[in-house]
Design a protein around this ligand. Structure first.
Ligand SMILES: [Zn+2]
Ligand SMILES: [Zn+2]
Length: 339
């Protein structure tokens, strides 16, 4: 089959590789769409500890083409989305309801061959049927949406809450739609890129502020009657943003650290404000038990995939994208699709 292979950091090609075969409890899926994500770029740039060569791609949807010997719950032709995070089911964390901390964790598209290929193999427990009425392309968003749902479960936005979202890429805009459906009364979008502020306004954010604005906290105060926001989503991965998030938070507010900061990066915060405002700072990692809910959330249009997916490219064009040679403007989520 044809696959996009990152041979080593900075080296990407599309080439013929051996066709994968499903094991006894695995499913072989013909890939129809695979979303490009920051993680893929980290692998390309050598910023993630992985064993090269890698076939990346972990936001996958497709059609079942063959089944392992012991798989009874799917049939060929089923439309499916894949949860890339594989847990063992036997370790301490798996036995305590926290499979995302699995001591034997493996991810499709990181540790095993991923979705930038004609076919991909996944364990049957990682394969989810796509609800009728939801397109294969929209279903490729199931994994990022599932991650955002896990984060918002932890953040617990309440009716009437004022929410600030730092970072208005695909993830920030998924959070925007989820926060609205959970009853946020006002949503403030913050980003450094003017195009993104504009797109967020089109997607229904109430106020936008440029993250570089020296009067950011004052502007948030103006919007919130001087009281600050009730909930913050940090979706930039920029370590410096935590300080701003703490500043714009009101009394009793919660901050969700969702963006992936570079490992070992450190940042300055004002502990006094955490103490005085009784702030709660929450982390959120991947998508435990939220894939099925994500698919239903997409099917119901609570999250509208059409507003997030802005570009589709073929597998052959993808290496040029990785190398930064494909001029794509105003991009949110880019899908690699079957051509
Ligand atoms: Zn991703
Ligand atoms: Zn485990």
């Amino acid at each position: 089959m044809k696959a996009l292979v990152i041979e080593k950091p900075g080296h990407v090609t599309v080439k013929e590789v051996e066709d994968p075969e499903p094991g006894r409890r695995e499913v072989l899926v013909k890939v129809k769409a695979c979303g490009i994500c920051g993680t893929d770029m980290h692998i390309f740039r050598g910023e993630l500890k992985v064993k090269y060569p890698v076939i990346p791609g972990h936001e996958i949807s497709g059609e079942v083409v063959s089944l392992g010997r012991d798989v009874a719950s799917f049939k060929t032709g089923d439309r499916v989305a894949i949860d890339p995070n594989i847990s063992c089911g036997e370790c301490h964390y798996c036995r305590n309801g926290m499979p995302h901390f699995c001591e034997n964790w493996e991810a499709i598209g990181i540790h095993r061959p991923g979705g930038y290929a004609e076919y991909v193999v996944a364990p049957v427990k990682n394969v989810y049927k796509i609800p009728s009425g939801l397109s294969l392309e929209a279903a490729a968003l199931a994994e990022p949406v599932a991650c955002c749902i896990h984060g918002q479960d932890l953040l617990d936005i309440k009716f009437g809450d004022i929410v600030a979202i730092f970072g208005l890429g695909p993830i920030g805009l998924i959070h925007l739609q989820l926060a609205r459906s959970r009853g946020a009364s006002k949503i403030i979008g913050i980003d450094l890129v003017e195009d993104r502020l504009q797109m967020a306004l089109e997607l229904g954010v109430d106020h936008v502020i440029n993250g570089g604005d020296p009067h950011l906290a004052d502007k948030v105060n103006e919007i919130t009657g001087g009281r600050g926001v009730d909930k913050v989503v940090e979706a930039t991965g920029n370590p410096m943003v935590l300080k701003q998030a703490i500043r714009v938070s009101g009394y009793g507010s919660k901050i969700l650290v969702f963006g992936v900061a570079p490992e070992h990066s450190v940042t300055e915060v004002e502990p006094f404000l955490i103490y005085r405002k009784e702030l709660t700072i929450i982390g959120s990692f991947v998508n435990p038990f939220t894939m099925q809910r994500a698919l239903k959330t997409l099917a119901s249009r609570i999250v509208d995939a059409d507003k997030i997916i802005t570009h589709k490219i073929g597998l052959n064009e993808a290496p040029e994208y990785f190398k930064g040679r494909l001029a794509i403007r105003k991009a949110l989520k880019i899908l690699v699709v079957e051509r």
